[in-house]
Structures are given as structure tokens and as C-alpha cells.
Ligand binder design. Structure first.
Ligand code: ADP
Length: 446
């Protein structure tokens, strides 16, 4: 096991990783920007190092500062968390060059699965269901028109290197496809430094279902079942749950096994998530693979009893997976509500500032992942998530009722949060029936 790990992140996930390190008997070194100098969890770290100014490019995204901090603190490994540098193969490569273990996949595996075109190729090999669409990158307009005619409209143009819901264009006919293609390519080049685009069938109504997987350095992979993350606003997940409501267990088991096969095929070590869209007939189509731990990992931890963050560290240290697929059971139901400092009454405008009142819920089956304490000032420089409220219960109904109860206990002020929206959603008929789709919340808020 590592002696000392540097946590190249901030906020709730930095604290989550710090806790995992300490439970493993590993020292945790935190880094912080000047905007985060007062973060209370820094006091729990074995060492805390300031790496620069508030803008992420001068701190959490600055590779040379992070590597300098890692060398000063003499760490064996770096955990990137999610966001920032977590999915940058070049950062994983820099760590390797500096003989620091990157807690995540190899740059090769990350490169392969992080590129959507390449990832689809591997998925096909592993017999994972993918969207009908172009075989790889689209070079010519004529080719795009031909593929679209074959799979039928609507289609969606996507960037191979795309991320964060950016650079996608839905086309309902040949004319829009022709006119969008060139722009999409230029936009992709400007935004991601890679102009490769591809097209696939566009699903009008779908649910977002994703599979948590873990692979080790000994060629084995397992899945930890699925999560439903259909409650989204602007492609941002807001509620996640496990298991997915109403999904045929035999069908999902096959999809989950495919996801594990996919990361085994890619020689992938670490935690990953294989994302799918699911249509009305419960057909699955792979969207992409996220090559890191995700915000919503706790719901899977609660139903499986497996600590995903600890596992990511143990895997990086070379341990073999300590369980077999048949040992991994999904028990009960878990739901997560992301608590964002945003005002739902003002079009989700960010609401940074000092949190005077912060009374978090407790009691049976309630978990709160947050770095916030009363008096904490939410800096305006980073994303607005201030915590995650997660509950676990025997059934989905009980989990919803438990979440509603926990939200009632949650008192925050004077900053605004999305807690009132979550309270409304816990009473929402479509959510209670589990029939929401990825556009449901936007329709509801209109
Ligand atoms: P990103 O990496 O930018 O997040 P994804 O491929 O994961 O891109 O897609 C983001 C979102 O866009 C999905 O969650 C879904 O809402 C929508 N989307 C992407 N592809 C399709 C598709 N083929 N049909 C319908 N919606 C899609």
C-alpha cells in the first residue's frame, strides 16, 4: 500500500478521498487554491499545500504546480477525483514520467476509452450494445448523408473528444445534417483540439442508465450494478439512484456483464462508469465511458457495501480485486440528491457566499458527503455543488420517503440551494413511479 497520497482536487470529493486514505492507513496530502484556504477539511490532512490562485487554470488544473507539490510532499501516488485533471491522459502520463502512481487507468486505457470513436470500437469488440451510426469518424458529407439515410432521422453529430454535453447537434433531416457538419467539426477543433466527429441515431425519449465497474491490474473486472440518472437539467444530473427503477433484472445483468467485459478488453485498471441510454423497450445503447470515480458513486456503495474510493486506491497499489462477480449483491435502494448552491426560483443562478445556517439531516440510512460547515464561504470560482445527500432503505418507496424526511430536516441559509426542488421531486408522480426520462425535469420546469 502507498505511504502517502496527494489529492489533486477540492471540496467534497477531496474530503471523501482523504477519508478513504485514512481508513487505509495512508497519509493524505491536500492541495488548495487561495480561494479554498479556509476549507475546514484541510485541517484533517496530514499536510496541506497551497498551489496557486483561485482560477482553476492557476491551481487545480496546473500540472506543474501539482507535480511540484507532490514532489515536495514526497508522495507515492496522486488521486485526481472527478473533474479537473481526472480524465486527462496527458496528466496520467506526466505522473508516470515522474514516477508517481496515478490513481486511475493507464494513459493508454484512458486514451482508448476517453475517445468516443475509439471507445465504440472497443465496445463493439466486447459485444456491448452501441447506437446505430457511423463506423468511426465521419470524413465526408456524402458519407454522413448515407449513414443517416440508413439509420433514419433524427441523428446526432458528436465530437470524438467531446465532453460536458458540449458540441452536440441534433439533425432532423438531410438539409440540417449537411449544414451542421462543417460547423460541428470546426467547433470540436476549437473546443477540444480534435475536429473528429461522428454521427449516431438520436433517441427522442430515453433514460440514462450507467454501470459502475472496477478493473484491477491483473486483468479482472467486475460490475457493481447500475444507476439511473435520468433526472437532469441541461445534461447535468441532479438525482441519481440505484438500482434503476423498473428495469428487467435479466436484461440489466447482461448489460452490466458487457460493461465489465468492455473494461477488461481495454486493459483498464481502476473505477469506471459505462453510460447508456435506455429506450422505452429497455434496449440499451452505450453513450460513453467515464474513466474516473463519479459524483454519484455513493448510491452504488450503499447498495453493494463496497467502498469504491478505497478500491480505486487499492487497485492502483496493485492489489487484486478481493471479490468475484457472484459475491456482489445489490441490496435495497439508494438515492442521491445533489445539493447545489443555486436558486431554483431564479433560473438556477449560482448563489455563492457565506453559509450561516447549515443543519444537516441524520438518522437511519442517511449519509451526507460534504466539506461544508456553518460559516463556510462558497467560493464563486468553482462548481456550485456544496454536498450530496444520500439515503438507503429496503425498497424504493421507503428510500423516497426517507429522502423526503431528510430534506425536511435540512436547513441552509442565507444562500439558496436546490433543496426546495428536491422536496418537490420527492412528491412528483412521475418520479415516484420511476417513469421520468432525461428531458422530464426540463419539461416540468418550463
Ligand atoms: P458528454 O461527454 O458531452 O457528456 P454524452 O455522449 O455523454 O456527451 O451525451 C450527453 C447527453 O446528451 C446524454 O446524457 C443525452 O442526454 C444526450 N445524448 C447524447 N447522445 C444521444 C443520443 N444518441 N440520443 C439522444 N440523446 C443523446
Amino acid at each position: 500500500m502507498f505511504r502517502r497520497v496527494l489529492i489533486a482536487n477540492r471540496g467534497e470529493i477531496a474530503l471523501r478521498i482523504l477519508r478513504a486514505c485514512h481508513e487505509l492507513g495512508v497519509e493524505a496530502v491536500c492541495v488548495y487554491s487561495k480561494a479554498d484556504a479556509d476549507s475546514p477539511y484541510l485541517r484533517l490532512a496530514d499536510r496541506a499545500i497551497c498551489i496557486g490562485e483561485a482560477p482553476a487554470k492557476d491551481s487545480y488544473l496546473n500540472m506543474s504546480r501539482l507535480i511540484a507539490a507532490a514532489e515536495i510532499a514526497d508522495v507515492d501516488a496522486i488521486h485526481p477525483g472527478y473533474g479537473f485533471l481526472a480524465e486527462r491522459a496527458d496528466f496520467a502520463q506526466v505522473c508516470r514520467d515522474c514516477k508517481i502512481e496515478f490513481i486511475g487507468p493507464s494513459p493508454e486505457a484512458m486514451g482508448k476509452l476517453g475517445d468516443k470513436v475509439e471507445c465504440k470500437r472497443v465496445a463493439k469488440l466486447a459485444k456491448v450494445p452501441i447506437f446505430p451510426g457511423s463506423e468511426g469518424e465521419i470524413e465526408e458529407e456524402a458519407e454522413a448523408v448515407e449513414v443517416a439515410a440508413e439509420i433514419g432521422y433524427p441523428v446526432i453529430i458528436k465530437a470524438a473528444a467531446g465532453g460536458g454535453g458540449r458540441g452536440m447537434r441534433v439533425c432532423h433531416n438531410e438539409a440540417t445534417l449537411r449544414s451542421n457538419l462543417k460547423n460541428a467539426r470546426q467547433e470540436a477543433l476549437a473546443a477540444f483540439g480534435n475536429g473528429a466527429v461522428f454521427i449516431e441515431k438520436f433517441l427522442e425519449k430515453a433514460r440514462h442508465v450507467e454501470v459502475q465497474v472496477l478493473g484491477d491490474k491483473h486483468g479482472h473486472a467486475v460490475h457493481l450494478w447500475e444507476r439511473d440518472c435520468s433526472m437532469q437539467r441541461r445534461h447535468q444530473k441532479i438525482i441519481e439512484e440505484a438500482p434503476g427503477p423498473g428495469i428487467d433484472r435479466r436484461k440489466i445483468a447482461r448489460v452490466c456483464e458487457g460493461a465489465a467485459r468492455l473494461i477488461e478488453t481495454a486493459n483498464y485498471a481502476g473505477a469506471a462508469t459505462v453510460e447508456f441510454l435506455m429506450d422505452d423497450e429497455q434496449n440499451f445503447y452505450m453513450l460513453e465511458v467515464n474513466t474516473r470515480v463519479q459524483v454519484e458513486h455513493p448510491v452504488t456503495e450503499l447498495i453493494t457495501g463496497i467502498d469504491i474510493v478505497q478500491m480505486s486506491i487499492r487497485i492502483a497499489a496493485g492489489e487484486a480485486l478481493p471479490f468475484k462477480q457472484r459475491d456482489i449483491e445489490a441490496r435495497g435502494h439508494a438515492i442521491e440528491c445533489r445539493i447545489n448552491a443555486e436558486d431554483p426560483d431564479k433560473n438556477f443562478m449560482p448563489s455563492p457566499g457565506r453559509i450561516e445556517q447549515w443543519e444537516i439531516p441524520g438518522g437511519p440510512g442517511v449519509r451526507m458527503d460534504t466539506h461544508v460547515v456553518p460559516g463556510y464561504r462558497v467560493p464563486p470560482n468553482y462548481d456550485s455543488m456544496v454536498g450530496k445527500l444520500i439515503v438507503h432503505a429496503g425498497t424504493r418507496q421507503d428510500a423516497i420517503n426517507r429522502m423526503a424526511r431528510a430534506l425536511r430536516e435540512f436547513q441552509v441559509g442565507p444562500i439558496k440551494t436546490v433543496i426546495p426542488l428536491h422536496q418537490r421531486l420527492m412528491q412528483d408522480a412521475a418520479f415516484r413511479e420511476g417513469t421520468m426520462d432525461i428531458h422530464y425535469l426540463e419539461r416540468l420546469l418550463k
